[in-house]
Design a protein around this ligand. Structure first.
Ligand code: NAD
Ligand code: IPM
Ligand code: MN
Length: 358
């Protein structure tokens, strides 16, 4: 049994808390399934700024590159919010995604039946919802030229949104491939009524669709999509969209599941290497209290097993354990209807580990 190398970059705020629970799951997987993991911890984000003067130290990137997969917590916090661009945790996050070629960010919104009450939406609206947001991750307005300049009317700030055809083609292909493994429905989301990048996006997605005749493709404008996600979420299957729209729509989709603390993600490039992280951030408002929900990070490990290692049984074991623990009524505060009965981060992690089985 081959040893898999996993770079662990816990980051800031609740990052270390939720990653610690995910590491317990890795250990339990070794015991149950005989897989072998070698983890290496590295500094990243705000803590790396404090200790090393940069959010993404060279050796952290080198450790990631020498690994089969990366497990990431979250970065950022008020301490670094007024820093210049180079000294921001978020700049490190964009940098690591770019440096590792992770252009495709997969964010599944899985509804656990027993959590329907935790969502702010009516249970009958959620019925049958099971969707995936495929977010382009290394292009668009996040990576276009940004600068400030002085004008007659005072200072001006510029962010440019750029996409080239090959960037759109590769994410479109990934999304079509994912759609083929599901109900063969793909919704491409853009703002083609206004943005030139969106018009190129739509043309390119349509051209690529010729290679996927079995997939039913439709196009929805992003404002309408934001509305439809709340109105009839079950009508979506795979959504493919550009970087910033995907960022926003996936946080919105998180509320279908009950909490952003439930949403896992995989960031992939062309090969099997992947970076796995919860969709949520460092949650400074609850950091250090031991009350954060570790499930998004734990489910990200299941994604790692499926998409990078092909450990489908171990992945299923994690997903089953999460479902069983939730079915038994255990809740962290974010998904608890009765907040007084909520359990903490480590208690939730321990229950999931204990529920794992072959
Ligand atoms: P956030 O996702 O950190 O938090 C939003 C809200 O959700 C907060 O009320 C928080 O308490 C709650 N929440 C988030 N995760 C939770 C969990 N696991 N369990 C329970 N509750 C949870 O978003 P924000 O407040 O806008 O951002 C905070 C910081 O995180 C910022 O510095 C931001 O840049 C950064 N951020 C980082 C990432 C990342 O590392 N991938 C993602 C998003 C935001
Ligand atoms: C996410 C986060 C990041 C993003 C920020 C922190 C740079 O919101 O991973 O969703 O916008 O991509
Ligand atoms: Mn986000």
């Amino acid at each position: 049994n081959e040893v898999k190398k996993i770079a662990v970059i816990a980051g800031d705020g609740i990052g270390p808390e939720v990653v610690a629970e995910a590491e317990k799951v890795l250990k339990r997987t070794e015991e149950l399934f005989g897989h072998k993991f070698e983890t290496e911890h590295a500094l990243f984000g705000g803590i790396a700024i404090d200790e090393r003067g940069t959010p993404l130290p060279d050796d952290t990137l080198a450790i990631c590159k020498a690994s089969d997969a990366v497990l990431l917590g979250a970065v950022g916090g008020p301490k670094w919010d007024n820093n210049s661009k180079e000294l921001r945790p978020e700049t490190g996050l964009l940098g690591i995604r770019k440096a590792l070629g992770l252009f495709s960010n997969i964010r599944p919104a899985v509804i656990f039946d027993c959590l329907k009450e935790a969502s702010t939406l009516k249970p009958e609206v959620l019925e049958g919802t099971d969707l995936i947001v495929v977010r382009e991750l290394t292009g668009g307005i996040y990576f276009g030229e940004k600068f400030r300049r002085e004008t007659e009317n005072g200072q001006e700030a510029v962010d440019t949104c750029v996409y080239n055809v090959s960037e759109i083609e590769r994410i479109a292909r990934q999304a079509f491939e994912i759609a083929l493994t599901r109900s063969k429905k793909l919704t491409s989301v853009d703002k083609a009524n206004v943005l030139e990048t969106s018009r190129l996006w739509r043309e390119t997605v349509i051209r690529i669709s010729a290679d996927y005749p079995d997939v039913e493709l439709d196009h929805v404008l992003v404002d309408n999509c934001a509305m439809q996600l709340l109105r009839r979420p079950s009508s979506f299957d795979v959504i493919v969209t550009e970087n910033m729209f995907g960022d926003i729509l996936s946080d919105e989709a998180a509320m279908l599941t009950g909490s952003i603390g439930m949403l896992s993600s995989a960031s992939l490039g062309e090969g099997s290497f992947g970076l796995y992280e919860p969709v949520h951030g460092s949650a400074p408002d609850i950091a250090g209290q031991g009350i954060s929900n570790p499930i998004a990070t734990i489910l990200s490990v299941a994604l790692m097993f499926r998409l990078t290692f092909g450990y489908h049984e171990a992945a299923a074991s994690i997903e089953r354990a999460v479902k069983n623990v939730l079915d038994a009524g255990h809740r962290t505060g974010d998904i608890a209807v009765d907040k007084s009965s909520a359990i903490g981060t480590t208690a939730m992690g321990d229950l999931i580990v204990a529920a794992m089985s072959k």
